[in-house]
Write a protein that binds this ligand. Structure first.
Ligand SMILES: [Zn+2]
Length: 127
């Protein structure tokens, strides 16, 4: 099974497990075909552009914070998945803050889902 198929399957399972906690956005850090870290958005997260006063943890930050040896981050790629409650894929491009964080830690490539129904459509952001 290739990496993106594995990530698609894992994402559907995570969305199901956290279905009552509004988890919609998941980030994976991977090297070649191996997933080294998984991050989910904070359960109080609504939308990255939301202007509520709550501090929200974005899935990218969660995934990056779980890597102990930050030196390896520059060799990893970030894969983002957003799935809604109908199990449809939605745009998961990093927000400007997370994009900046990725650049600062040396991540050079983000693969993210576009809006599509049953199967993910992937796009690539080069940093
Ligand atoms: Zn973000």
């Amino acid at each position: 099974m290739n990496l993106l198929d594995k990530i698609t399957e894992l994402s559907r399972e995570i969305i199901y497990i956290y279905r009552d906690e509004h988890v919609k956005h998941i980030s994976f850090l991977a090297r070649r075909n191996k997933i080294l870290s998984v991050g989910i958005n904070d359960k109080t997260c609504t939308h990255p552009m939301s202007t509520t006063q709550f501090q929200r943890l974005h899935s990218e930050v969660d995934a990056i914070s779980r890597i102990k040896d930050k030196k390896i981050l520059s060799r990893l790629k970030l894969i983002n998945v957003r799935i809604n409650k109908h199990y449809e894929f939605r745009l998961s491009k990093p927000c400007p803050s997370c994009e900046l964080l990725c650049q600062v830690v040396g991540i050079k490539q983000v693969i993210f889902t576009e809006s599509s129904d049953k199967f993910p459509v992937w796009n690539i952001l080069k940093l």
